[in-house]
Structures are given as structure tokens and as C-alpha cells.
Ligand binder design. Structure first.
Ligand code: MG
Length: 287
């Protein structure tokens, strides 16, 4: 199942992809089953039942509706750095023995189709195409062997980074959670739709149509189960939490000369089965 979060004049909506296209309901509809976060928190068959109800809703055109991130306000957005060896090498880091973790907040999220915003004060705005993992079942100290059972589904992410701010200190967060810099979407894909652990998924980033990153998730240093086991060693993962699982080689900062995103650009993150996340680039204050 593929679910799309949208809105209309302050109301939230949820749609499901059917053979007849996207069908959905708004929160003012008496039969609205709840938003994606509430359905994930309910667990069990809530998502399947919701899709039945949404499937008999009104037709929703993803090209004209007000798009929102699949989860506009996740409890946690946990990002993984240095998770593809070729990327670790290109940015001249030593490959760590444990996952490198930093965080984003919901202020940074941008829906499919909306612009990523380059902030005032920096022109070092870089792309990072990534697979996003969405937790469906809570857990602490989740064993590796059971980790994939905690995944509700998947989406795509552009971990767009303000490089000069990121590397002012050894802690990357301030360059990574700038307002409107995290492309998230285009939709939520349930775990049963793709291979367990998103194994063997080809992930591609395109800037103005040119392929700038291309890798398989099989190239990840720490696979999805390892990320869940490792992060949950420290903290409780909750339904709706998002883990952004790392970017492969090809980022703009590692090129000579650097290839920064600039206003007017189109950046796309694509993966088979997960769709294409498309964002334009705008300058802060342009609109
Ligand atoms: Mg990243």
C-alpha cells in the first residue's frame, strides 16, 4: 500500500493509491480514519482497515493537491551519517565502527513538490539522497534478528545540508536541520511492498536531470536491522519515528569544483518501489 498525506485549507488528509488512482478523505470527513501517525500508533490492522475506508473516498490528484510530508511531525528524525564507504572516503572521514547519528527536527521537513530553501548566509547547499525507514512498533534494545519486524514502511529523503554550517563544529546538527531543507516523500510505502530491509534497492539522486548519486542499499555499511538495533540500544523507538539511513557517494562538496544546489534547480531522489521525491530549490526570502 502507498499512502499520501495532503491537506486542504488547514485540514489534513490521507489518500491511498488504488487501481483507479489516489483516493482519500479529509479530517472533516466523518469517515476519516485518522492521519498516518495516529494509524501507526494504533498498530495492528489499523492501517489495512484505513486503506479500505480511504479507497472508497474521493479522487485525489497528487499534482494539484496541497502535498505534505508523509509524517509532518515525527516524534524523532534520526539521521545516519557515513553509512556508505565510498561516501565516507570522498569526504575524507575514517569509516566509524558504529553508526554515526545526528538529528533533524520537523522544522526542516519539506513535502514532495515543495522547494528546499537555501538559507541566507550560505551558498554551500548540498544534496543527499537517502532511504527513510519508518518505525511501526515500539521497542528498546531491539535484537538484530527482530529489528525488521519494527519497520512499518519506507519513504525517500533528501538530507539537504548547509555544509559550511555543518562543519563549523564537530556536531553537524545545525547544518542539517535548517528550516525547509529536508525533502521527505513522495509517499509512505508499507513494508510488504518491497524487499525485507529494503535490500537491493537502487537509490538515485538527480540534479537538473543529471545522475549525481547512484548506489544499492546493499552497499550500506550498517544495514537497516543494525541501525534499529544500534539506535534502540540507547533510546526507545516509537511508531512514526523516522530513521534517515545515509547517503552514497557523489555529494556536491566532494566534487572539484563543488557542485552546490542553487535557486531554480530541480533535485530528485528516486528508488524502485518508493517513487520519486522531487523538489525545486529556492532562496530564503524569495517568496
Ligand atoms: Mg545524510
Amino acid at each position: 500500500m502507498r499512502l499520501m498525506t495532503y491537506g486542504d485549507q488547514g485540514r489534513s488528509g490521507l489518500a491511498v493509491q488504488t487501481k483507479e488512482g489516489w483516493r482519500g478523505r479529509l479530517s472533516t470527513d466523518p469517515d476519516f480514519p485518522g492521519d498516518l501517525m495516529s494509524l501507526l500508533k494504533k498498530g495492528g490492522d489499523a492501517l489495512v482497515q484505513a486503506c479500505d475506508v480511504l479507497g472508497s473516498g474521493v479522487s485525489v490528484d497528487p499534482d494539484t493537491v496541497e502535498r505534505r510530508p508523509p509524517l509532518p511531525n515525527p516524534g524523532k528524525i534520526i539521521c545516519i551519517g557515513l553509512n556508505y564507504r565510498d561516501h565516507t572516503a570522498e569526504v575524507a572521514f575514517v569509516q566509524p565502527d558504529h553508526p554515526t547519528v545526528f538529528t533533524r527536527f520537523a522544522n526542516s521537513l519539506v513535502a514532495d513538490g515543495a522547494p528546499l530553501v537555501r538559507p541566507h548566509g550560505s551558498d554551500q547547499f548540498d544534496f543527499e539522497g537517502e532511504v527513510a525507514l519508518i518505525i511501526g512498533r515500539a521497542g528498546r534494545r531491539i535484537p538484530y534478528a527482530q529489528a525488521l519486524d519494527h519497520i512499518a514502511g519506507w519513504s525517500l529523503f533528501n538530507d539537504a545540508s548547509v555544509r559550511d554550517w555543518q562543519f563549523r563544529t564537530t556536531q553537524w546538527t545545525l547544518g542539517k536541520t535548517v528550516d525547509a531543507t529536508g525533502g521527505f516523500g513522495p509517499w509512505f510505502v508499507t513494508a510488504d511492498e518491497i524487499a525485507p530491509g529494503a535490500a537491493g534497492i537502487v537509490l538515485e539522486t538527480r540534479l537538473n536531470g543529471d545522475v549525481v548519486q547512484r548506489a544499492s542499499t546493499d552497499d550500506m555499511v550498517f544495514d537497516m536491522a543494525t541501525l534499529i538495533a544500534s539506535v534502540s540500544e540507547a533510546l526507545t523507538l516509537e511508531p512514526g519515528d523516522v530513521i534517515v539511513t545515509g547517503t552514497p557517494a557523489g555529494v556536491g562538496m566532494a566534487r572539484t569544483p563543488p557542485l552546490w544546489m542553487k535557486p531554480g534547480d530541480l533535485v530528485e531522489v528516486a528508488a524502485e518501489g518508493l517513487g520519486v521525491l522531487r523538489n525545486t530549490v529556492a532562496q530564503e526570502g524569495d517568496d
